[in-house]
Design a protein around this ligand. Structure first.
Ligand SMILES: Cc1cc2nc3c(=O)[nH]c(=O)nc-3n(C[C@H](O)[C@H](O)[C@H](O)COP(=O)(O)OP(=O)(O)OC[C@H]3O[C@@H](n4cnc5c(N)ncnc54)[C@H](O)[C@@H]3O)c2cc1C
Length: 387
């Protein structure tokens, strides 16, 4: 059987590795960019999440906990840079302290090991510059070189026989004939891992009709001067699939604040530019308007527009975690864009979503923690597709 995988982000590459290592058949990966990591897989926070914010029983919760274990082992075995620095979710008032209890329960139900709530003294000794009254400590949170991880997964897939074609954007699919600008491939089974364009690819094969990707840009600022030992999160609002601005270290020793969750007027508008044709298509869909008119979305949109366009508002947000931050401590950093699926009722799809068909499989919502989950998710897909 010939498996044609569309998209060589971390999901497509992990699927290629899994299929190649199981010897399931010929594996070809088609990637439109000239290099790996141009989109979400190379533009994220690099956090291997432990699974604390996930709803018990969801695919995301299962994939995240197992994916964390597999990714950490892969990084250690393949020399990918990783720091096992742990995660703190910090409460700043009584209401948030109560929410920590809920997060602890969710994490325990999801099977996250080693969770505990720490008091103000322990928080101060771990993170002297961070403000908070209590925190949930998750020792399994780690930070990884996400581009290095992606390159290593793809390299191992290649070693096992998978073929990666870069600069091979899929333009059309006719039956099982996958057509790029330069070549055509007759597939036995197509696996759509096209991230921000997964709905477009799905439609080429008559799949994914109920869904539409609405892109949300995540902008970061690099923070100067702060010394951070772990990753520091606000207590999330679990109504949204986004975690709120947090502080993370990179494997290069930088500290980042972000990402925002700003509606993007273009699937690849990393510099806030408006892509007019794409915006017209987005605003022409019912999914978009049903989302846009919901009070939850309006609250999210207004808050994120403030912190996206006002450096002062971004600083205020950072100060809720790091009170010592000053305007000159913030420097613009790159952004990433989430491929967030929205259904025909205008709801943000929270869980990972896959449409399995006879001759094709469509990964429709590989949102965060997709980097963490990738190796476990690839196993799940291989089990479902190849039995
Ligand atoms: C700002 C941000 C922060 C995040 N932080 C974290 C984190 O800390 N931890 C975590 O676990 N997860 C995180 N995530 C989520 C994680 O990055 C994603 O879940 C994951 O990268 C998704 O991988 P992917 O392969 O589906 O997508 P992508 O990396 O976008 O890959 C899809 C690929 O498909 C290619 N493609 C698209 N269309 C075509 C076509 N027509 N033909 C050929 N190729 C095509 C694209 O070029 C791209 O390379 C974050 C995401 C964002 C945006």
């Amino acid at each position: 059987m010939k498996f044609v995988i569309i998209g060589a982000g971390i999901i497509g590459s992990a699927v290629a590795l899994e299929f190649a290592s199981r010897g399931l058949g010929e594996v070809i990966v088609l990637e439109k960019e000239a290099r790996l990591g141009e989109h979400a897989s190379g533009r994220n926070s690099g956090v291997l999440h432990s699974g604390i914010n996930q709803k018990p029983g969801s695919l995301k919760a299962r994939m995240c906990v197992e994916g964390n274990r597999l990714a950490r082992r892969f990084c250690l075995e393949h020399g990918v840079r990783m720091q096992e620095c742990g995660t703190l979710v910090v409460a700043r008032n009584e209401r948030e302290e109560k929410a920590l209890g809920l997060l602890l329960d969710l994490g325990v139900q999801a099977g996250v090991q080693g969770l505990r709530i720490i008091d103000r003294d322990e928080l101060n000794s771990r993170e002297p510059e961070v403000a908070g009254t209590r925190a949930l400590l998750s020792p399994n949170g780690a930070v990884v070189d996400s581009n290095g991880f992606l390159e290593a997964v793809a390299a191992k897939a290649r070693d096992l026989g998978a073929v990666f074609r870069l600069g091979a954007g899929v333009r059309q699919i006719s039956g099982l004939r996958v057509i790029t600008d330069r070549e055509e491939f007759e597939a036995g089974h197509v696996i759509n891992c096209a991230g921000l364009h997964a709905d477009t690819i799905a439609r080429m094969m008559g799949a994914g009709g109920r869904y539409r990707i609405i892109p949300f840009r995540g902008e970061y600022m690099a923070l100067k001067k702060i010394r951070l030992n772990s990753m520091v999160y606000q207590v999330p609002d679990l109504r949204y699939p986004f975690l709120g601005v947090h502080l993370t270290r990179t494997v290069d020793g930088e500290v980042l604040a972000g990402p925002t969750a700003m509606l993007s007027f273009g699937r690849e508008s990393y510099d806030k530019q408006v892509d007019l044709p794409e915006t017209l298509r987005m605003t022409g869909s019912l999914n978009f308007w049903l989302l846009a008119l919901s009070p939850e979305f309006l609250r999210l949109a207004v808050h994120n527009a403030r912190i996206s366009f006002s450096r002062k508002a971004f600083l205020q947000e950072v100060r809720t975690l790091w009170p010592g931050a000053a305007a000159e401590d913030l420097a613009p950093y790159r952004s990433g864009i989430r491929a967030q699926m929205v259904d025909t009722r205008g709801r943000l799809v929270d869980d990972m979503l896959v449409e399995f068909r006879q001759d094709s499989t469509h990964v429709l919502n590989a949102v965060s923690p997709g980097l963490t989950s990738s190796l476990a998710f690839a196993r799940y897909l291989a089990d479902r597709i190849a039995g």
